[in-house]
Design a protein around this ligand. Structure first.
Ligand SMILES: Cc1cc2nc3c(=O)[nH]c(=O)nc-3n(C[C@H](O)[C@H](O)[C@H](O)COP(=O)(O)O)c2cc1C
Length: 436
């Protein structure tokens, strides 16, 4: 992890990458998103806590996390992955938005706003992420995959049975569920809904369904159908003020024909052509903002969340991963300049992150700075940036991957290092080791 702009500059030079540095005052500027206004450019990215109740309502730890984020002062809180069907849950404690749970979500949204206004005098924009976990569905704790197509890169022990491949008719039902959930999200008091299309969950897996026959596979039009139609459907059932958006994988990091945003020459090079075309389609549908991300947290986490310590030795310097994410986002911004973009993967930059995000924003590379693991470690990062112009190194995420380890082991993830009183005991229970 990087400990300041001085270290960043020397490490970046060694790795052959570069990052612009800017004036962090730019991060305090409000920005209009459709008819709503985000009070500043700092975004709490979607970070799942796997701490809902068995029936999908926010639990005690969920409310604790969002209260801390609300008080932290970020301009946008991207509320975590929330399932739209029972079989779509990634774990038995994943949040699940439905008519029966609506009241609990109303209370959660209200509590977040209240806590933010009380502490900071303003409320963040609240966007909820609507998901179908697809290949990674584990509604009862064990894998119950629902896949877009058989993928030999992931199914090394043998192809998943045919009945695991979702049919076109079932995908029509997923579309309906996503649209219904967007309407519920507005009733719950969220400012917007994200039709999640990232990290190789179902909607995202379809983007690379080159080998799938039928209405949802093959051509660009078919592979993007679920996303486009669910976004258009959500726009129809929600009011014009409600923000319909998506968190979008613009690059998967898997070779053609199993990756989106990847060159078709068999290499892992980034090809912005299809992602750019999709961004323009989304803009045409009235989407004002897209949250950009890359990679698969299960298979190539070094692409998705560059780490200092992780489940394997990464094949590249983590700074190369951060550079791919930030410069890739900036490359796409040029292709759809009117669309507002949020970046991902700033956490590895530690206390240098605000200056780098400011540099990109000042150069027109993107519009909002999205922080993921940082929000577990340092929930009030935004207040420190807004009040002091920077982040304190001793509060930063160290990118040790322990939050992910807890999640993979079936526990409730949080920061084992900076929030140790709550999460070290959880780490010990699920991962069976002391903090190293
Ligand atoms: C424990 C954990 C939970 C996550 N939950 C979500 C989620 O619910 N939705 C999502 O889109 N991304 C999720 N992510 C990915 C993060 O939002 C983010 O993209 C990633 O960590 C890279 O950003 P960072 O370098 O700032 O951490 C999660 C990541 C971790 C480690």
């Amino acid at each position: 992890m990087i400990t300041g702009t001085g270290e960043l500059c020397s490490r970046a030079e060694e790795s052959g990458v570069s990052f612009p540095l800017g004036d962090t005052a730019v991060l305090a500027a409000p920005a209009a998103i459709g008819s709503k206004t985000a009070p500043n450019r700092l975004v709490c990215q979607a970070m799942e806590g796997c701490d809902g109740t068995r029936d999908g309502k926010p639990g005690e730890l969920t409310s604790r996390r969002y209260r801390r984020l609300a008080e932290g002062g970020a301009g946008v809180i991207w509320f975590e992955a929330t399932a739209v069907l029972p079989e779509a849950r990634a774990n038995p404690r994943q949040l699940y938005l439905n008519e029966r749970n609506l009241d609990a979500f109303c209370k959660e949204a209200e509590a977040i706003r209240e806590a933010a206004v009380k502490k900071n005098g303003y409320a963040p924009l609240l966007i909820v992420q609507l998901t179908h976990s697809g290949r990674y569905s584990k509604p009862n704790g064990a894998p119950e995959p629902i896949i877009a197509y058989n993928n030999p890169l992931f199914e090394k022990d043998g192809p998943l049975p045919e009945d695991r491949v979702i049919t076109d008719e079932e995908l029509d039902r997923v579309n309906e569920a996503l649209v219904n959930a967007a309407a519920l999200a507005e009733r719950a008091g969220f400012d917007g809904a994200d039709v999640k299309c990232c990290h190789r969950y179902l909607n995202c897996e379809l983007l690379s369904a080159f080998t799938r026959p039928g209405r949802y596979g093959g051509s660009f039009e078919n592979r993007t159908r679920l996303l486009r139609e669910s976004v258009a459907g959500a726009k129809q059932v929600c009011s014009s003020d409600f923000v319909v958006t998506t968190r979008l994988n613009v690059y998967d990091g898997f070779p053609f024909p199993y990756g989106f945003g990847v060159k078709q020459d068999g290499s892992l090079g980034f090809d912005p052509a299809e992602p750019a075309a999709l961004l323009r389609e989304l803009q045409g549908l009235g989407v004002p903002l897209v949250n950009v991300t890359m990679g698969n947290p299960y298979v190539n986490p070094h692409v998705n969340r560059p780490f200092a310590m992780g489940p394997y030795t990464a094949p590249e310097d983590p700074l190369a991963g951060v550079a791919r994410m930030l410069h890739g986002t900036a490359q796409l911004k040029k292709e759809a300049p009117q669309l507002m973009l949020i970046c991902s993967a700033l956490s590895y930059l530690g206390s240098a992150a605000p200056q780098v995000a400011a540099g990109f924003i000042q150069n027109g590379g993107f519009d909002f700075a999205g922080f993921g693991r940082t929000i577990f470690a340092y929930p009030d990062f935004a207040r420190d940036i807004l009040e002091t112009g920077g982040m304190r190194q001793e509060k930063c995420c160290i990118c040790c991957s322990k939050c992910s380890e807890i999640m993979r082991a079936g526990g409730t993830p949080g920061c084992v290092i900076r929030d140790a009183e709550t999460y070290l005991p959880i780490y010990k229970t699920y991962c069976g080791r002391e903090k190293s």
